[in-house]
Design a binder for this molecule. Structure first.
Ligand code: NAD
Length: 244
């Protein structure tokens, strides 16, 4: 794929859930385009492996997005390693399959804790850095499950609709500080998250699953100054899944 290199040169980015799947694709593309990237994930071995592969522009920090103390430590480590954060991709997420009837309270809380509260804590943690540099781009990963009803994903859908709501609220609050907040709504993307779900491509008009790198190009755009006039928006990238 032809590209102009350096679309985010000089930026300092944090990608949660950056060790696998779409997060790893965001990390790679941001680093390829000149950003310094912190890979923040619970999976230490894979995070370190990716950081070593990418070299001096990448660094791994172990982070459970549900823990405010770990977020504080991450912002300090990022500052001392690369400088203040100006891009955050709130990508870490989990999916547990259940219906409104079969969801246990424990499972419901677990999904909300990672997907929704993790996103909230991430935004809160990076705002001081972004205010300091006078700009910022927060990219929250929602889902097509946050736009239409999809059966058997009850807590997941609740969390992904919430991500869109928090995105709009934060976008309004942070616009005066030149901090942009946008949501990405991917459809079915080839990662381990959907590997066991037995999904078919028939419900996707383009007739195939997305590749993580295709989603990463949208995140790269939102991280870069090319999207300087874009905030509070839902960016759908789903092969037409939500069109019908
Ligand atoms: P994945 O399972 O491949 O990757 C998720 C990453 O999040 C992993 O690296 C995992 O270790 C990390 N993670 C999980 N819990 C964490 C926690 N508490 N703290 C920090 N890191 C944690 O999944 P993926 O498909 O790449 O998903 C990335 C994001 O995209 C998620 O938010 C997911 O909900 C969303 N999404 C995925 C699809 C899809 O079809 N794959 C579609 C729409 C949205």
């Amino acid at each position: 794929m032809l590209d102009t290199p350096g679309r985010v040169t000089g930026k300092v980015a944090v990608v949660t859930g950056g060790a696998h799947g779409m997060g790893a694709a965001h990390v790679r593309l941001l680093a390829e385009h000149g950003a310094c990237v912190v890979i923040a994930d619970v999976d230490k071995s894979e995070g370190i492996r990716l950081a070593q592969e990418l070299g001096h522009r990448a660094h791994f920090v172990q982070l459970d997005v549900t823990d405010p103390d770990q977020w504080r430590a991450l912002t300090e480590t990022t500052r001392s390693r690369f400088g203040p954060i100006d891009v955050l991709v709130n990508n870490a997420g989990i999916l547990l399959s259940h219906t409104v009837e079969t969801a246990t309270l424990t499972d419901f809380r677990k999904v909300i804790e990672v997907n929704q509260i993790g996103t909230f804590l991430g935004m809160q943690a990076v705002i001081p850095s972004m205010k300091e540099v006078g700009r910022g781009s927060i990219i929250n990963i929602s889902s097509s499950a946050g736009a239409v009803g999809i059966t058997d994903n009850f807590a997941y859908a609740a969390s992904k609709w919430a991500v869109r709501g928090m995105t709009k609220e934060a976008a309004l609050e942070l616009a005066p500080f030149n901090i942009r907040v946008n949501a990405i709504l991917p459809g079915e993307v080839n990662t381990r998250m959907i590997a066991d779900l037995h999904l078919t491509v028939e419900t996707t008009p383009l007739g195939r699953f997305g590749d993580p790198r295709e989603i990463a190009y949208l995140a790269l755009y939102l991280a870069s100054e090319e999207s300087a006039y874009t905030t509070g928006a839902d960016h759908v990238i789903d092969g037409g899944y939500t069109v019908p």
